[in-house]
Write a protein that binds this ligand. Structure first.
Ligand code: 5GP
Ligand code: ZN
Length: 102
């Protein structure tokens, strides 16, 4: 989607270091970290939020990616967060999972 920050990062229109990438998703460090490690796992396909997901494989792929990212980053204890909808604090309307670790 043309005016989506995460699509722009994926398309290299906005520079951002990928800490992980595979066929279905990629991960970046959050620009405004709320924990010592704060990583965003983002599907390559533009999906607005969890409410719009109709492909369970997408969720499986994201959780597989989380395991690999955590192994790579040495993260053992962590929290996951998926803000869904403006009322829940979703700022970027492109599905993403926060990994938070201290
Ligand atoms: P949300 O509130 O939508 O669940 O979370 C969006 C997250 O994206 C926020 O934690 C915010 O700091 C992060 N973010 C917003 N814009 C950018 C950006 O351009 N680069 C990176 N790395 N993170 C961003
Ligand atoms: Zn997008």
């Amino acid at each position: 989607m043309s005016d989506c920050i995460f699509c722009k990062i994926l398309n290299k229109e906005i520079p951002s270091k990928f800490v992980y990438e595979d066929e279905t998703c990629f991960a970046i460090n959050d620009i405004n970290p709320k924990a010592k490690k704060h990583i965003l796992v983002i599907p390559k396909v533009h999906v607005k939020s969890l409410n719009e997901v109709d492909d369970n494989m997408l969720i499986k792929n994201m959780f597989d990616a989380i395991k690999k990212i955590n192994a790579k980053e040495g993260i053992k204890d962590f929290r996951l967060q998926i803000n869904t909808g403006k009322g829940a604090g979703q700022e970027v309307d492109h599905l993403h999972i926060h990994i938070l670790a201290n």
